[in-house]
Design a protein around this ligand. Sequence first.
Ligand SMILES: *[C@@H]1O[C@H](CO)[C@@H](O)[C@H](O)[C@H]1NC(C)=O
Ligand SMILES: *[C@@H]1O[C@H](CO)[C@@H](O)[C@H](O)[C@H]1NC(C)=O
Ligand SMILES: *[C@@H]1O[C@H](CO)[C@@H](O)[C@H](O)[C@H]1NC(C)=O
Length: 355
Amino acid sequence: MAFRRLIPSPLLGLLSFLLLHPITTTSTVGAGTRLGLIRNKPYSSNIPVFREAPAFRNGDTCGSPNTTGRIHVAMTLDANYLRGTMAAILSMLQHSTCPENVDFHFLAGDFDSDIFLTINSTFPYLNFNVYHFDFKRVHGKISKSIRLALDQPLNYARIYLADILPADVSRVIYLDSDIIMVDDIAKLWEVDLEGKVVAAPEYCHANFTKYFTEAFWSDPDLVRTFQGRKPCYFNTGVMVVDVDKWRKGDYTHKVEEWMAVQKKKRIYHLGSLPPFLLIFAGNIKAVDHRWNQHGLGGDNLEGKCRNLHPGPISLLHWSGKGKPWLRLDSRKPCTVDHLWAPYDLYRSSTLSLEE
Ligand SMILES: *[C@@H]1O[C@H](CO)[C@@H](O)[C@H](O)[C@H]1NC(C)=O
Ligand SMILES: *[C@@H]1O[C@H](CO)[C@@H](O)[C@H](O)[C@H]1NC(C)=O
Ligand SMILES: *[C@@H]1O[C@H](CO)[C@@H](O)[C@H](O)[C@H]1NC(C)=O
């Protein structure tokens, strides 16, 4: 058995003790040191350690949290973005009037019990489910985009939400892992979809042309896709989805069809976003821009710092190449990253052991 990472020697002593006296639950050890993820078998994965978030309880106005009043949130779980996900969860709970009414649905590629333990030890009171997203589902369907990170199978999991979520979930808020909620999520949840399948902020001043290639715009059959609607850009990192309508309309299949077209003839540059634009742009329920201050990660190609757009803010989104936790760690944060830092629950890199 070897230690994969450098562990300070007092911790090493503690670890040897714990290895000799294995415990399966989270426990408080020594001078308030909270050690999650201690278990009686060595780690197989590379999961960071987080400190425990406080308990968030419903306010008096919430009523009894029962099935009718639940708010369903779906996110992906990936060891590389876990620090972002944890911060995002904390931000949602902290700004909710009725945090106990929120149900989290996590989609994970590796169906690893360490992930349950990590969430349990960080948020002992969280209502959540973890679902396995089988990468085979998108095998052979993903085309290379301009950025490797966009080609990860888990990025495509949002397309399969309607298949993966339990049948009694009829509406869901899908959120990327690089977001911070600074408002009550219930306000976004209650949006009137007015018969649309998707609600999101839309950006009609953005140059829509650039999301598709010359090959697309020069093919009259393809261009006809947008006939009868005024397509506007929207970001798929924050969406309210009518899951029932999605199921009935078989939109999963429609997205997959566009992915097949892309495989044959490169019609766009980005990953999972353009098929959503092809199907829904100009036909979504537009919500206030405050619900997605996107692009805070910086430019897709250059990775520059971005400032906040003017106007009220309910959700901050570090879409783009740069992630706040990486920039903070490298001591070269952008100004907006200081807005993310208070939600960081990261404690240390994995106390990981190998056989
Ligand atoms: C759920 O809660 C609401 C408000 O507290 C209540 O009116 C309703 O009857 C409850 N439904 C069930 C199924 O318990
Ligand atoms: C996580 O916590 C829930 C609720 O307390 C419990 O049912 C579940 O078994 C726990 N999972 C793990 C892996 O500890
Ligand atoms: C929009 O983008 C396309 C493709 O990049 C470019 O050719 C066009 O000039 C742009 N239009 C405006 C109004 O900026």
